[in-house]
Ligand binder design. Structure first.
Ligand code: HAM
Length: 425
């Protein structure tokens, strides 16, 4: 075969897309119950937006960007949505329209990471952002949405880890304390962490290497560097989560891989996933609007990975609804009957809203019946020249094998009655 999908990207075939649509439907329904409205932004963004938004020293910007040069413009395939959402908010001056904007999104993101289970180069996120509120109720709102969605799917054993990484001033003080602690230990750090030490020592804290974890466990804690305002914000958020009955674990080592965070940071993991066990994460980004050249505007949000959610659901044995199937297959023989099937299928689809299929290959009745069976059609209507003349044809229910002669014009009514009686039993 000549062509294959690009490394780290995957086709979502029709037999899988019903699952995607189901999961997306649940997400939309939850987001809308909370009053979030959908935003769709372009897949292409200016390189500079992501560099400034996500942070020049992050892995995403230094190693994982898909970039495109077009004339003078350096563009990227978006690696995440928070910076693009904030760009759209600022570009359209939405701070003049009501105090708080609540937006959600579902879409493809791109990061040139080493592909593995649960980690792709093109993947899909769903997420939500509350822009304009510094209040901890906004943090509680996005966490409640994220956990509500996951619980609706009945996922067990979820862990919500929560931290406050303070404001810029607290982080600057904390950074100095971490440097002072890690510098003398540099030769005991993993090579990746040693490299991060001067650029971004906070990232050492959530390294997965055991040698780093051992040292991180004894490192100074961000909690001791929080300002009074940050501390109160964090305490209030924890109280709200308790009021909502949302279980969380405080984790002072949780720092996320994007530089825009301030105060709240959180992550949700599932034991059903492998090494890439984060179903989603988020936090507050009160400095982002200003970093992008806008008026200071607080924000908080989260994003989850759709591939990972689907992996977790499959591993949990989640019962996905059966894909929609044809209600009627018209098996026609002879030129007249085939023309009739074509026109009648169209009429019943348009006027009756029925899912109707017929043969597109001119096959034998036996082959048509086999196809109807394979596609899981509920009823098959057999029409030939004689049935057309009589205005009456056999209608067979495939599951029971029962066959009834039905006047052609009454087929939709018959199907509706059969549907109602099947709902009763
Ligand atoms: P993030 O933690 O980088 O946060 O990504 C959120 C989720 O996207 C991850 O927990 C994971 O489920 C999924 N994900 C990330 N990278 C990949 C990948 N390569 N393959 C498959 N799934 C992946 C953000 O992107 C922030 N924008 C979240 C946020 C919104 N913070 C505030 N608002």
């Amino acid at each position: 075969m000549r062509f294959r999908s690009v490394k780290g990207t995957h086709d979502i075939l029709p037999q899988e897309s019903a699952r995607w649509q189901h999961v997306e439907g649940v997400i939309r329904s939850w987001a809308e119950r909370f009053g979030f409205r959908e935003i769709r932004t372009p897949i292409l963004e200016p390189f500079e937006l992501i560099a400034r938004g996500v942070g020049q020293t992050t892995d995403i910007v230094t190693k994982e960007m898909f970039t495109l040069q077009r004339g003078q413009d350096l563009l990227v395939l978006r690696p995440e949505m928070t910076a693009p959402v904030m760009r759209a908010y600022l570009q359209h001056g939405l701070y003049t329209q009501g105090a708080v904007q609540k937006w959600y999104y579902i879409g493809a993101m791109f990061r040139a990471e080493r592909p593995q289970r649960g980690r792709q180069r093109q993947f899909h996120q769903y997420g939500a952002e509350v822009i304009g509120s510094p209040d901890p109720t906004a943090d509680a709102e996005v966490i409640a949405l994220q956990m509500g969605i996951l619980e609706e799917f009945g996922l067990q054993g979820l862990r919500l880890r929560l931290n406050s990484i303070g404001d810029e001033a607290a982080r600057a003080r904390y950074r100095e304390a971490l440097l002072a602690y890690f510098r003398p230990l540099a030769d005991r750090l993993s090579p990746a962490s040693r490299e991060r030490l001067e650029r971004n020592p906070l990232r050492i804290l959530d390294s997965k290497e055991p040698q780093d974890q051992e040292l991180a466990a004894r490192a100074p804690r961000i909690t001791e560097y929080l300002s009074e305002g940050c501390r109160q914000h964090f305490e209030q958020l924890k109280r709200y989560l308790e009021d909502l009955g949302i279980a969380y674990e405080e984790d002072p080592l949780l720092v996320r891989g994007l530089d825009y965070y301030s105060r709240t940071a959180f992550e949700v993991t599932s034991p059903l996933l492998g090494a890439q066990d984060a179903l989603g994460g988020g936090g507050r980004y009160d400095g982002l609007a200003k970093a992008l050249g806008g008026p200071p505007t607080p924000g908080v949000g989260f994003a989850g990975g759709l591939e990972r959610l689907l992996l977790a659901l499959e591993a949990s044995g989640y019962l996905f609804p059966a894909p929609a199937r044809a209600e009627l297959y018209i098996a026609a023989t002879g030129a007249e009957a085939r023309r009739w099937a074509l026109v009648r299928a169209q009429r019943w689809r348009r006027q009756e809203g029925l899912r109707v299929e017929y043969d597109l290959l001119g096959r034998s009745i036996k082959a048509q019946l086999r196809e109807a069976d394979r596609m899981g059609a509920r009823f098959v209507l057999f029409v030939g020249d004689q049935e057309l003349r009589q205005g009456l044809a056999p209608l067979k229910e495939l599951a029971s094998g029962e066959q009834t002669w039905v006047p052609l014009d009454e087929v939709p009514e018959y199907l509706r009655r059969a549907h109602v009686s099947s709902l009763r039993t």
